[in-house]
Structure formats: C-alpha cells, structure tokens
Design a protein around this ligand. Structure first.
Ligand SMILES: O=P(O)(O)OC[C@H]1O[C@H](OP(=O)(O)OP(=O)(O)O)[C@H](O)[C@@H]1O
Ligand SMILES: [Mg+2]
Length: 179
C-alpha cells in the first residue's frame, strides 16, 4: 500500500496538531449548545473519531453515509444517501463533519437537506478543502488544510475504497490510476 504513494502531502503529526486545534475552537463555539455532530461516512470516520476526542463540551453524535464518487476520481454529481441519520435535527445546532470539500456537491446537498428538516443552525467543519475543485459556491465554517488540485488518499479518504487506513495524506503514483 505504501508503495503506491508518490508523495506524502500532509504528515500524521501535522494532521494530529490541526485536529487538536479544530477541537479547541469547536469546544469554545459550542459551549452550552449541546450540538448534534454528524459524521459523513465513509470518508470522515477517522477525522470524526480524532476530532470528538478533542471536543471538551457535551455533544451528541450521529452518522450519515453518502456517496457520489464511486470508483472514480471525479464526482458523479449525484449524491446518494446510503444511511440516513437516526435522530431528528429539528431545533438542533448541527455540526457536519467532513473529510474533504472538493466540488462542494455533497455538502450543498446535505446542508439543504438539514435546513429543510428545520435544524436551528447548520455549520461545517472539514479537514481538507480543495477550492480548485468547486462547481458550486461553498465555504466551510471551520477548515484544517487547503490542498492543491490533486486527488488525495489516506486518513479516511479512498481511491476505489482502498488507502483509507493510511495515517497520513498522500498522492498516488500515476500508474495506479491506469491499472
Ligand atoms: O465536494 P465533493 O466533490 O462532493 O466531494 C467530497 C465528498 O466526496 C467524498 O465522499 P465519497 O462520495 O467518495 O464517499 P466516501 O466518503 O464513502 O468515500 C468525501 O468523503 C466527501 O464526502
Ligand atoms: Mg470516496
């Protein structure tokens, strides 16, 4: 698996330091608000687990699974709900936890959905932001790293469902895509 990586873009240590910093910011922002923190599966599962350990105020968690990339490095443009939330968001302060904002399609769909379900507020924290990928206008409320125009893997992010278990962010060798 490591042999498929051309370059490590962001190290495990850099990620952990950033996640701690985001956790501290969110602990201040959500003090006394008991937010519903929503993990967007699968990509955000590692970020979510590390992030909530760095949030020091009461929160509730829920999980939603959506997919639009399939086995490609380009969004299909169709966001498919694979698993919906267990809890109602009505009247709740909601924080969506995403691994990456690329085209912005996944999040713009989710934000609209949760607003239609009458959440009191909907905010977004993303660990990675790829602004060059945007096809819809969208800004995260909290973000970790701005990344260049490259397909990244690791720390939850996949290519054809692999590489999610790398503890760092890497770029794959070009020959991996032609296999
Ligand atoms: O801004 P966008 O262009 O919509 O891309 C971002 C979304 O794409 C990825 O999910 P994917 O659909 O690959 O599902 P996965 O999380 O199961 O890998 C990623 O985890 C984000 O949820
Ligand atoms: Mg994916």
């Amino acid at each position: 698996m490591q042999n498929d990586i051309q370059e490590i873009l962001i190290s495990e240590e850099e990620i952990q330091a950033k996640v701690k910093e985001l956790g501290e910011k969110l602990s201040t922002a959500y003090k006394d608000r008991d937010p519903l923190v929503i993990c967007v599966l699968k990509g955000a599962f590692i970020f979510m687990a590390d992030l909530v350990k760095n949030i020091t105020v009461p929160i509730e968690l829920d999980f939603m699974a959506v997919s639009s990339y399939g086995a490609s490095t380009k969004s299909s443009g169709v966001v498919k709900i694979i698993k919906d939330l267990d809890q109602s968001v009505e009247g709740r302060d909601v924080l969506i936890v995403e691994d990456i904002i690329d085209s912005g399609l996944t999040l713009s769909y989710l934000i609209k959905l949760l607003e239609n379900r009458k959440a009191k507020s909907v905010s977004v924290v993303t660990l990675f932001d790829k602004p060059t990928g945007r096809t819809v206008e969208l800004e995260a409320d909290y973000k970790g790293f701005v990344i260049p125009d490259a397909f990244i893997v690791g720390y939850g992010l996949d290519y054809t469902e692999h590489y999610r278990n790398l503890p760092y962010i890497g770029i794959l060798k070009p020959e991996i895509y032609s296999n």
